[in-house]
Ligand binder design. Structure first.
Ligand code: MEV
Length: 437
């Protein structure tokens, strides 16, 4: 039975692994081999990865793929995508090619404001706290001047602080709602540093304010943190073409457009469909977010909250036909960075950003939104025509063959065979077994 351990983070990497293999793998060498086979021979690179987090014992590879032929605002892009799901990059590439011949994608950044809050407990007189806030606001602004100096030089910084009465939702709960422009940085560290400084100043001023002590109701800071809900940091991506232009391989454009719009309307109406529909969108967005070293958990949390902003979870995309024109679009909140964080540190992230013509954060917002829209287009296009499994299983075939430890020769024969036959797990197993007999 594994024993509790103290001071674990202080152990060397070798000691950590030995402890692990002894306590959890019965000293089995295979566990050690599994971990070590992913170590990088380039010591500098390995140390860089070791230092990203605490207690790193190995590296976890994900495929880094590319989807070419994206025309975005008239410029050609090859989009880097980090994802393990077999069919995602193929789907993105297909959608890119489809829209390349129909004018490409357009994007527009609607807003770029980020936000964070100092959450406060105060059970006293409301007028008093509002009066106090008006008095101390200049001191709060000054308190962060060192932290925001560099950001200010570049044209960003804190935009405003508001005191918000949230007591109706939770008795005694007020907040300092702070808004920020962080330019090409995602800005999490910057925002959190500002908020914590504002919180300290606010509490200090409150503690020495005679009116509060007279009423024995001094406001108390509960916590200060940025918000990953960023509905004031919005981007829109869209495609449009005449309905006739959707005609392809025997499908007439009108039927396709009608079925497509209906599929999106179903996702707008029914949560069970909306979640899967949006999951497909996130296949595209997350893989760009990962490739470019951004925080996919923050993006996921913010986007799904936005999808439920009307009190009911719904589709992130819209589709319609008006006057013979098919339009398909997405509008999402995205707080991204192209400087700071992993962007200057991780060699593959630097590579991904170079591949994208070293975009500004605003350009990256557009590219990520396009990846999501393209993914959704490809999914719905399959769903309302052939179904999803045909393409998906074709791409998944290689995973099944690898599971069966197929040789290169067996793989080649299987790929040949399944160009004309339907892929399924059992069909692949039977095929390989027959070959081996
Ligand atoms: C699979 O990863 C994503 C899809 O299920 C998305 C969708 O149903 O729209 C294909």
């Amino acid at each position: 039975m594994p024993v509790p351990v103290s001071g674990f983070s202080k152990k060397s990497k070798q000691e950590k692994i030995e402890w692990l293999v002894h306590n959890y793998f019965n000293d089995n060498e295979d566990a050690l081999i599994t971990l070590k086979q992913y170590w990088n021979n380039n010591t500098r690179l390995q140390e860089l990865h070791d230092d990203f987090t605490e207690n790193t014992i190995s590296n976890y590879y994900l495929p880094f793929g590319i989807a070419p032929n994206f025309k975005i605002n008239g410029r050609m892009y090859t989009i880097p995508m980090v994802i393990e799901e077999s069919s995602v990059i193929a789907a993105a590439s297909n959608a890119a090619k489809f829209w390349l011949d129909r004018g490409g994608f357009n994007t527009e950044v609607i807003s770029t404001i980020k936000n964070g809050q100092v959450h406060i407990d105060y059970f006293g007189n409301k007028e008093l706290i509002f009066k106090f806030f008006a008095d101390v606001k200049p001191a709060l602004l000054v308190s962060i001047s060192d932290i925001e100096k560099n950001m200010k030089v570049r044209g960003g910084g804190l935009l405003d602080i508001e005191l918000i009465d949230t007591t109706e939702a939770l008795p005694g709960y007020f907040q300092l709602h702070c808004t920020f422009e962080t330019l090409d940085a995602m800005g999490a560290n910057f925002i959190n540093s500002c908020l914590e400084e504002i919180a300290i100043t606010f509490e200090q001023k409150a503690a020495s304010h005679p009116e509060f002590s007279k009423n024995s109701t001094t406001p108390k800071v509960v916590l200060s943190i940025l918000s990953n809900y960023v509905p004031e940091c919005m981007v829109r991506a869209s495609v449009r073409c005449a309905v006739e232009e959707l005609t392809e391989n025997g499908t007439d454009g009108e039927t396709f457009a009608r079925d497509f719009v209906r599929a999106v309307d179903i996702a707008r109406t029914e949560i069970r469909r909306a979640v899967t529909h949006n999951k497909g969108i996130m296949n595209g967005i997350d893989s760009v977010i990962l490739a470019t070293g951004n925080d996919f958990r923050a993006v996921e949390a913010g986007i799904h909250a936005f999808a439920a902003k009307e009190g009911k979870y719904t589709s992130l995309t819209q589709a319609n036909v008006e006057d013979g024109i098919f339009t398909f679009s997405i509008e999402i909140p995205l707080a991204l960075g192209t400087v700071g964080g992993l962007t200057g540190l991780h060699p593959l992230v630097k590579f991904a950003l170079q591949l994208l013509h070293n975009p500004s954060a605003q350009e990256l917002m557009g590219i990520a939104a396009v990846a999501g829209l393209a993914q959704n287009f490809a999914a719905i296009r399959s769903l309302v025509t052939t179904g999803i499994q045909k393409g998906h299983m074709k791409m998944h075939l290689m995973n099944i063959l690898n599971q069966l430890e197929a040789t290169s020769d067996e793989k080649e024969k299987a790929i040949q065979h399944f160009t004309k036959n339907t892929v399924s797990h059992i069909a692949a197993v039977n095929f390989i077994e027959k070959l081996r007999r």
